[in-house]
Design a protein around this ligand. Sequence first.
Ligand code: ZN
Length: 262
Amino acid sequence: MTLHARVLQCILEEPGTSKQRLCRRFDLNRYRLRRVFQKIDEGLSGRSLVQDDLNGVWIVAMDPEKCAGTIWLGGDEGGYVQCSGPREFADGRCYDHSGWENPEMIAFERRLRWVAGPCEASARVLAQLTMTVLEDLAETLSAVNPVTFRQLQEKKRLAGMLRSAMAFVRWKQRARPSASGSWIPPEFAERLRRSSGNTFEFAVKQHFLVLEVTSDAGRDEVVKAWRKLARRYHPDAEGGDEERMKLINLAKDRIFLIRGWD
Ligand SMILES: [Zn+2]
C-alpha cells in the first residue's frame, strides 16, 4: 500500500485529524505531507481534501452540480460539508466562496504593486507617495466593481489602507517641526515634508537640517557645517544667537549619537 493511500485511509477513518498528527504518525515533515496531499488530491474524483489548521484534515464528498466550497458545520464536534450554493463563477464556486478575480481588480492590484515598488503595499509604504497619486488610486479603486465576496472584502481592505495613507500624508503636511521649525530653511522644510516616511526618520532629518546638510552627510561634513554655524551664531560673536546656538549644538550631539560617531 502506497504512502498516500495509507494517509488517505487514515483521514477517512478519522476525519479531522490534524496535520501535525499525520506528520508524526507517518514520520513526514510539512513539506512531504504537502506532496502527499497533492497526490491524494489527484486521485479524489468526486471528493475534495479540506485542510484547515483549526479543524484538521477532512475528505468531503462533492456534488459536481453545486459550489466547490466547503462549510464548517457544528461547533467542536462538527465537520465539513459541501456548500449548497450555485456554481456562479469560472472556478465553480458561489458568491461567498469564489476566488475568481475580475480584470478591474487585477489591473488595480498591478498598479498598486507598481507604485509600492519592491515593498509590500501597506499604509506606511503608500504614505511615501504624493497626495495626487493616492487620490488617483482611491478613485480607480472606487470604480472597481466587486463581483465576489472575497473581492468585496479585498476592496474594503485596500480602501482602508489608502485612507490611512492619505491621513498620514495630511498629518505630515500639517506637522510643523516644533522647536527647531523656524530654523529650517523653507526649501529644506518642503523637501523634508515630502520625503519623510516615518516619525523617527523625520526627527533624525530635522537635526541634519538644522546644520543645513543632507542626512547622508559624513562625519567631516557635519563637523565642518557645525563649525561654520557655531562661528556665525556664537553668543559672543556679532549677530550671535544663544537659542540658535543651543539647537546647533544639540543637533550635532544627536547626529553623533544616532550615527555612532565619537
Ligand atoms: Zn459556496
